[in-house]
Every structure is written in C-alpha cells, then in structure tokens.
Write a protein that binds this ligand. Structure first.
Ligand SMILES: *Cc1c(COP(=O)(O)O)cnc(C)c1O
Length: 385
C-alpha cells in the first residue's frame, strides 16, 4: 500500500536522537531551548513554547488568552477535531465558520457576516482559530483586520503549514495573529515523534504558556510571590499540566527542522506533477491562491459531479483495493456525534459539507518516488475512465 503520508527519517535524525540517549538529559535538558530557538529563527518569531502535541499547544494557547466558561471560540469545520476541542477543554463553547469553496479554509467573508450577527446578539467570540488546511494559509490579513474591529484574539492552527509562506513571510511569524501552533506528528511536515509548539511575539503569553506546560510551576525566583528564595524551591502559581516535549523528541525535531526546506520543495514538486497529470480527469484539483506558498501537507481532490457519475465512495474503495492508501480530510467537525449532541446539525456549514462529500486525499510525502506517483495517477485514470 502506498500510504497517504509518511515521515522521512535519515541517519542524521537517528544520530541526533542517539546522542541524546547517551547524554545526561532525556527530558528538560538543553535541547528544548535549542529547538525553541531554532523554531523562532525559522519563523522569525519572538518566542516558541514546545509541547508534547499540537493539541496541548492549542489548549495552553487558549488558556493564556484567557478563554474560559461563558466564552466562545470559532474555528473551521474542515479540520481535525483538536482545533475545536481546545475550547471545550477550557469550559468555553465552540462555533464554526463555513469554508471558502476555493481553498477550503475558513472564509473571511463568512466570518465577517457571522461577526456582524454576533455583535447584534451580544455573543462575539473571544478567540478565532483559522486552520491552514492542507498547508495553504488562510487570508490572515483580512481575518486580522476583523480581529481589530471586533476585538477577538487569533490562534493560527498551522499544524499543516510548517514550512508554508504567506505574503513572503513564514507561517508562524504571527504578524497577523497572537499565537501560531505547529504539529510535529509523523504525518505532518516535520516530526518529533509526537510534538507541537506555540509561537508568539508576545512575551507575556509565552511566559504564561511556559508555566501552563509544566504544572503551573515556576523555578524562576524572580517570579516568586511567597516562597523563600532557596535552591530547592519552586512555586505553583496556577493550575497547569505536564505538556512538555522531551530532549529526545527535541533532538529529532531540530534535525528535521534543518531538513524542512528540502521536504517542502519535494512536496511542491510532487503536487506540481499531480496538478499536471490530473487536469484532464473528472476531478477538481486544489489551487494555490495569490500571496500563498503552500507546504502541501495534503493533496486533496474532489470528484467532479458534473463530469462523472462515479461516487467518492466507489472511487475511494477501488483505489484502496489497488494498493493506493487514499484518505479523506476532513469529516466536518460539527457532524461528529459528540458535536451533534451539543446541537450541531448537518446542513449548518454547507460549503464544508459539499467539499467533504467528494473529497479524497492522495498519497503525498517527501520520499514518494516517481514510480509510486505514476502508480497513483494510473490507478486514478483506470477508476475514472
Ligand atoms: C494533526 C492536527 C492537530 C493535532 O496535532 P497533534 O500534534 O497530533 O496533537 C491539530 N489540528 C490540525 C489541523 C491537525 O491536522
């Protein structure tokens, strides 16, 4: 089976991890800070707080921005459930903004409309989480302008978009957001096994997230309120978690970060081949909008109902049977049983549902060979003709 995604681990990555295993520190050693510095350098951002997953990073990002009971967080329905769940972890409520039919990201126009209505009803969101679906940045300039007008904070969920660019700046730069979250899960662009990070230019938010990541505890004696200043002392100032990334993982993450450009170049090359080869098939292929340079975490097509009577289900099953590890991203979050129990219904976000109905993610990963890609294209040709 040709998988839809796969990590690329080379000898340099392995050596980096082995070196940590032979060192004094397996966790909370020097590599955490070094990885965080490297992330800041990559994104040209002030602060990076690594976490054991993007899900944890989203959680503490929400908490640091003060999200709590009575508040609303809005995100895209076309995402992994974690982008929405982070609000529920904080006791806040979730709502969704439908996607743009051209890039399947949160639509800035739909957001504007929903904000106008929410203002009249007195239920504006505290946080909006735009998700850079498939590695293609959202229209951050417009979303940022709306945040100024309506007074909400922005967390970019850039789990797919590490290595992507928006207006010639790396995604993660935070010039249009308060915090950007990266994921280092193995199917994403770079990996630390499990892992994530929250990037920000705001020192206060970074300090809060650092404390929340580690039990709400600080060892910085300058920050102590009551404790006596002694070497054994630490002070718990808030309720936090153990969301730390280990030195073992940071070593892998740092080694992978050094290869990020190579990975994205390869993904862009493969996506380019798909664009050419699939153009003649009854498929809608993705587009890269002006000002965006996608990292192509996913290459998703839609069965074009106007050009073929074949169903997504039929095409998907046949491809899987032919050894092509296709997948589907995403089942709209609001249609999940857990969210339906909160009152969400099918039909509420028609663009996300329309997209989902015909979507298929094709295999795309940096070690994919020309022969493998040819196999995918040929299998598609057979199924669709
Ligand atoms: C993968 C993913 C996450 C969660 O990442 P983890 O590191 O696995 O917690 C969150 N949001 C999106 C959009 C993702 O794709």
């Amino acid at each position: 089976m040709i998988p839809y995604g796969r990590q690329d681990i080379n000898q340099q990555d392995i050596d980096a991890v082995v070196e940590v295993l032979q060192s004094d520190w397996l966790t909370q050693g020097p590599l955490v800070e070094r990885f965080e510095e490297a992330l800041c350098q990559h994104a040209d951002t002030g602060y990076a707080v690594t976490c054991n997953s993007a899900t944890s990073a989203l959680h503490i990002a929400c908490l640091s921005l003060g999200l709590g009971p009575g508040d609303f967080l809005w995100t895209s329905p076309n995402t992994f459930v974690a982008s929405a769940n982070c609000a529920l972890f904080c006791g806040a409520q979730v709502d969704f903004v439908d996607v743009d039919p051209h890039c399947y990201n949160m639509s800035a126009a739909a957001l504007e409309e929903k904000l106008e209505l929410a203002q009249r009803n007195g239920c504006l969101p505290k946080i909006v989480v735009p998700v850079h679906f498939a590695g293609h940045s959202c229209d951050m300039e417009r979303i940022h302008a709306l945040s100024r007008q309506y007074g909400f904070s922005i967390i970019e969920d850039a789990s797919h978009a590490v290595g992507g660019f928006y207006q010639d700046r790396p995604v993660g730069n935070c010039c249009y957001s308060d915090i950007t979250v990266y994921s280092f899960h193995p199917v994403k662009i770079i990996t630390s096994g499990e892992g994530g990070a929250a990037l920000t230019n705001n020192r206060d938010l970074a300090d809060k997230m650092r404390m929340l990541r580690s039990h709400g505890v600080t060892r910085d004696q300058n920050l102590f309120g009551d404790m006596e200043r002694a070497d054994w002392c630490y002070e718990q100032q808030t309720l936090g978690f153990n969301y730390r990334l280990s030195d073992i993982q940071c070593a892998l993450g740092m080694s992978q970060l050094a290869r990020l450009n190579e990975f994205v170049e390869k993904r862009r090359e493969l996506a380019g081949v798909y664009q050419e080869q699939l153009a003649v098939m009854p498929l809608k292929t993705p587009t890269e909008l002006e000002g965006v340079r996608s990292s192509w975490h996913l290459y998703t097509v839609q069965i074009d109902e106007n050009k073929t009577a074949l169903s997504r289900r039929g095409v998907f099953d046949t491809l899987r049977q032919s050894g092509i590890g296709v997948n589907v991203h995403y089942i709209p979050v609001h249609t999940q049983p857990y969210y339906r129990d909160m009152g969400f219904r099918k039909g509420m976000y028609p663009e996300a549902e329309r997209y989902y109905k015909n979507a298929i993610s094709l295999p795309l990963f940096p070690t994919m060979t020309a022969v493998q890609q040819y196999e995918v294209v040929e299998a598609l040709q057979r199924v669709l003709s």
